[in-house]
Ligand binder design. Sequence first.
Ligand SMILES: [Zn+2]
Ligand SMILES: [Zn+2]
Length: 309
Amino acid sequence: MGIPALQNVTGIFNVASSLPDYVTRFLTRSNTRSILQIVWDFRCGYEPYLESPVFPIILSVVFYFVTCLPFTLLDIVCPKQAWYRKYKIQVDKEVTKDQIFDALSLTFWNHILLVLPRAVAQWIWCPVMPLPEEAPSLFEFCWHQMAGLFLFDLQYFCWHVAHHKIRFLYKHIHAVHHHFSSPFAWVTQYLHPLELAAFGFLITANTWVFNCHPLTAWSYMLVSIIVSVEAHIGFDFPFLLHNLDPTGNFGGPTKHDMHHLKPHTNYQPFFNHWDRLFGTYCPPVKGCAVRNKTLQDNKRHTRQSKKVN
Ligand SMILES: [Zn+2]
Ligand SMILES: [Zn+2]
């Protein structure tokens, strides 16, 4: 399938008129399968490991540690650097070695007492899943990925609101995550074991809802980890997605930092639309504690209302 040659005005018109059709066919045609097929073919020879029911757990645990580690190094080695102070969101709050040790300890025990038994149980009782020969199409890969992220975002929003509104749930489960008001990478899984188990289950179950190809399922798990860790890194780097997104619907670390500061705001983990719809959206603090104009206006308005009353 080719695009008409761009030689004259008629050619330009032909290109413009056939472009939507070309894009649709590009996304759904079987030859685009070959783009992901190249990646998928790397599995050849490793099937006994990749087909194991333990593989997704090992992949996500290793990936979580690898993702958090660079940001921990930044927090330990670079706090005196000018660029660190420029991009740190809560620049007045230092990330101490005791805090990192505390977060790592809970992460360690959650993995020993929860993740490891789950992995062993899956190893013993779950059947080996033979891998398909063909990769998913690019369209299927992208749509399942986005659908999984939006679905988990909604599930987490409901879970999160319930755990802030129902005192028993907050006190006995979610308060663990709010131990730190200034997040750093390891706070991502600084969670009550029940909360960690629930998130693990939801992310896995969402791949069943859409009957995802294994490549899509693994990628979705890794993307979920990236977005979750990113929300907790405590930096507002200019290359992060929320700074590049023209729609303003990506949450990012500035928005989630605000949730740790003002816990009854910004419940959504990845996006903003439900928070905006239900009036729980709070404009974030930017890097170096620069306050957004809307947030300043909100605060001024609140102070004035208190004076009047
Ligand atoms: Zn958090
Ligand atoms: Zn919360």
